[in-house]
Design a protein around this ligand. Structure first.
Ligand code: Z15
Length: 828
């Protein structure tokens, strides 16, 4: 039968000459066909949005061809696969990224221009797929791009939220949240697989069933929903490989609730059925705060269960013996959010495949690799046992059994150290008995990954110390990275061409270490001139956006100083604001003649606050209050301008990052697990002003400490400084700016009181006070360097040249070793 199948595949490959052609005429025909037959618009009347949709459909057709070939090839070769499980993927837009990875951007641009359209203008029509919150979610997206490009047989699995991350609207300087119903106008980038569905069970009870003299557990569910697959195609660059990001949507199940239709209440039966869809309706907008909500747990199990069923189905298509499972399957847990996958695999192997417990356990221990993204214990997920027991009764039993076995083993190793045993237990006893998802993940995974070297050191010393001492070899780090395809080639085409010109090759797009070749030209006046011109054009683009958005005209001679990321106290946007207030205060108190020496600045900030995070929302309001005052002070003029970029998202980042001169990554040391924004700025030749936190330590190693502006307490200083506090009599500058806010200099005195309280002596947990002096010095050093444009440009070139290590290609190669997978490159 398999021979017959491959003969059929052979015949299909022979039909390859009917593949879509990529010359401009063929592209035009295809686009116009989609206008007429897909969009059902007349070819004589369609607008930019319809043109974008038709264009996307023609790209989608080309993706599908390669995707089919890749999937058939994977099936034929049957390599070990990697399954990347993540509750969040921040994909952003797909059009430009797809045509660039397919290598047909220029052909499309030409085809469109003959039709009277501009590629860039149509690309702007696309909305973001924002199925995630921040760094963790964008990391998943970058890693998918690298997995495809490096030819790995990989699948991403996640949830198809109908509402992505909320839209941020600013009214009177306050953040408001609006729903992001992103599917309203259709989504050409997904393929609905109506027949690819799995049932997912909830609630109910567990009963014993005897079969051939053995007793098995049977879960009788109380509710059942259907998971429908939506495939998003991820093309690699410079390869035919196109892999799958499979997102699940919830639909009412046909199988289960026939009962209710016989009770007579037809209308209510339909209405309650429809509720099933709410499982995949909305993304939780909290970056790293865990609330123990039932819907969230349902989302986690829903996507995990469908994915695990799909993975096992694919394995069973080609294999009959589960002993081979670890040779063919690796699962990656992106944080603890998908950790129920461990228990789901155990349940299916034991209850449905009828493997004995020890055998199933042995398999589970070989397939899971877990990455943690947090630093602090409070950030670790906990599932209340009551909630779990009611929603997933069988899973709770399995967790108890895993935990019992683990604790018994542990006792043999460490003796009856009850404090330690209770710290390491998967089950937390206490006011609310809960499951510690991280402990579950560590116990059941072969590897625990940190996201930077510093992060690994921190978790070894703090949150996971007990586990590290038990299993030191499990603990590793894979420093995060970002994809240069999106973060240079798509977002900064002119820099991209300049790099290729000077390196004499485009090979760096796949082999990013080649960027180091720029080092030898860092001081070359010709490169410097071209580099500055490219940067100027990008600044212009950003300035136009700022003006269109806010009406504010900013000077291109000013230093564009940017901080864009989620708003968090530990990321210290407040330190940035207080620094700006200090700068304003200095300008105001200066002799008029001295003002000529001030380096003009445009301070740009962007980011969303979690809807329930009061202090973060106050930081946004404070920015606007300070901006209102300074931007309207004609005395200051172009010397200082403040810009808030509303609704910060992936495509806004693509515009802002290439236009930034300086970017800030100023978290209190020991708080940012890695940070990935800094890597995007680095690739684009933006200088960093940063603390020694997360991956910054490794960036310093690559570009040298002299090529950035460093300041602030180090990790080991932090506890000492927290203990000691800062004497505000000594730290006069800090006391003064906080007092200005407190006294209502920017209005909203009462509203800002609680925000000011967070940095009072003795309460200043994130050490804004003690780092303030160093921050101002680093800012002054940036000013001084900016005046010396030759030096600044050299540092800028060296930043790009040293950014290669921070490509997600390198991260994925690191992971591939842990997963034990090899490339599987589709030959056509
Ligand atoms: C998130 O975006 C990150 C960590 C989390 O625990 C959650 Cl829930 C969300 C971030 C880290 O804060 C950041 O330092 C890191 O670069 C990123 O994950 C990707 O690892």
């Amino acid at each position: 039968a398999s021979e017959e199948r491959s003969a059929k595949a052979e015949r299909m490959f022979a039909l390859m000459d009917r593949f879509l052609k990529n010359d401009p005429i063929s592209l035009q025909n295809d686009i116009l066909d989609h206008v007429e037959y897909t969009m059902a618009r007349s070819r004589f009347s369609f607008d930019d949005f319809e043109a974008y949709q038709a264009l996307s459909h023609s790209v989608r057709d080309r993706l599908i061809e390669r995707w089919h070939d890749t999937q058939i090839y994977f099936k034929r070769k049957d390599p070990k696969r990697i399954y990347f499980l993540s509750l969040e993927f921040l994909m952003g837009r797909s059009l430009s990224n797809s045509v660039i990875n397919l290598g047909i951007r220029d052909q499309y641009a030409e085809a469109l221009s003959q039709l009277g359209f501009e590629f860039e203008v149509l690309a702007e029509q696309e909305g973001d797929a924002a199925l995630g919150n921040g760094g963790l979610a964008r990391l998943s997206a970058c890693q998918m791009d690298s997995l495809a490009t490096l030819d790995y047989p990989a699948w991403g699995y996640g949830l198809r939220y109908q509402y992505g991350l909320f839209r941020q609207v600013i009214m009177d300087g306050f953040q408001h949240e609006q729903p992001d119903y992103w599917l309203n106008f259709g989504n050409p980038w997904e393929i609905e697989r109506i027949h690819l569905t799995y049932p997912v069970k909830f609630y109910g009870s567990v009963e014993d069933e005897t079969l051939n003299g053995e007793i098995y557990k049977v879960w009788i569910p109380g509710e059942m929903v259907e998971a429908v697959a939506y495939d998003n195609l991820i093309p690699g660059y410079g390869t035919r490989n196109t892999i799958t990001l499979r997102l699940w949507a919830a639909k009412p199940s046909d199988q289960y609730d026939m009962e209710s239709y016989n009770t007579g209440d037809y209308i209510n039966a339909v209405v309650s059925r429809q509720k099933a869809e709410s499982i995949s309706s909305v993304l939780y907008p909290d970056d790293r705060s865990y609330q123990g909500k039932e819907l969230r747990l349902k989302q986690q199990y829903f996507f995990v269960s469908a994915s695990v069923q799909d993975i096992i189905r694919r394995f069973k298509d080609a294999h009959s013996n589960f002993d081979e499972f670890p040779e063919k399957v690796a699962l990656q847990l992106n944080d603890t959010h998908p950790s129920l996958a461990i228990v789901e695999v155990m349940r299916i192997l034991v209850d449905e495949e009828h493997l004995d417990w020890n055998k199933a356990w042995h398999i589970v221990c070989q397939i899971f690799s877990f990455t943690t993204h947090t630093v602090i214990a409070e950030g670790l997920e906990k599932i209340p046992v009551d909630l779990l027991g009611s929603l997933l009764p069988r899973h709770l039993q399995i967790m108890y059994e895993i935990n019992f076995n683990f604790v018994e083993e542990l006792k043999k190793k460490i003796g009856l150290d009850y404090n330690r045993l209770s710290r390491m237990s998967i089950v937390e006893e206490g006011a609310v008995k809960s499951i510690r998802s991280a402990n579950l993940s560590i116990v059941c995974s072969h590897t625990v990954n940190g996201v930077s070297r510093a992060h690994l050191e921190l978790i070894k010393a703090n949150v996971f110390k007990d586990f590290y001492e038990l299993w030191p070899q499990k603990f590793q780090y894979k420093t995060n990275g970002v994809t240069q395809r999106r973060w240079i080639v798509v977002s900064n085409p002119s820099l991209s061409s300049l790099i290729s010109k000077w390196l004499g090759t485009e090979a760096w797009v796949r082999d990013v270490e080649l960027l180091t070749g720029l080092r030898e030209y860092a001081a070359n006046p010709d490169l410097q001139l071209e580099w500055k011109m490219v940067r100027k054009v990008n600044k212009m683009r950003l300035a136009e956006y700022i003006e269109a958005m806010s009406g504010l005209k900013v000077s291109l001679d000013a230093m564009f100083d940017v901080q864009i990321k989620r708003i968090h106290e530990y990321k210290r946007q407040l330190l940035n604001i207080l620094g700006i207030i200090h700068r304003y205060d200095c300008i105001k108190n200066m002799e008029k003649s001295d003002r000529r020496k001030v380096v003009p600045r445009v301070c740009i900030i962007g980011g969303k606050a979690a809807p329930g995070y009061e202090i973060a929302k106050k930081i946004i309001k404070l920015w606007h209050a300070v901006a209102e005052k300074i931007n309207n002070d004609s005395d200051v003029g172009d010397l200082l301008k403040l810009v808030f970029i509303p609704d910060y998202n992936v495509s806004v980042a693509e515009l802002v990052i290439p236009g930034a001169d300086l970017s800030q990554h100023i978290s209190t040391a020991g708080n940012e697990a890695s940070g990935t924004g800094s890597m995007k700025f680095l690739m684009n030749g933006c200088l960093l002003l940063a603390t020694e936190d997360g991956s910054t330590v490794e960036i310093i190693e690559e570009i040298g400490v002299d090529n950035m502006f460093l300041f602030g307490a180090r990790v080991h200083d932090v506890p000492v400084l927290r203990e000691k506090g800062v004497d505000l009599k000594v730290n006069l500058q800090f006391a003064r700016v906080v007092r200005m806010v407190r006294d209502g200099y920017f209005g909203f005195k009462d509203y800002f009181k609680s925000l000011c309280d967070t940095v009072e002596v003795g309460k200043d947990f994130y050490l804004l006070g003690s780092d303030f002096g160093g921050y101002l010095e680093a800012q002054a050093a940036a000013d001084k360097t900016f005046v010396d444009q030759e030096k600044w440009t050299r540092m800028s070139i060296l930043s790009t040249a040293g950014s290669g290590r921070f490509s997600s290609d390198r991260t994925i190669e690191d992971y591939a070793k842990t997963w034990g997978i090899e490339p599987c490159r589709c030959p056509f």
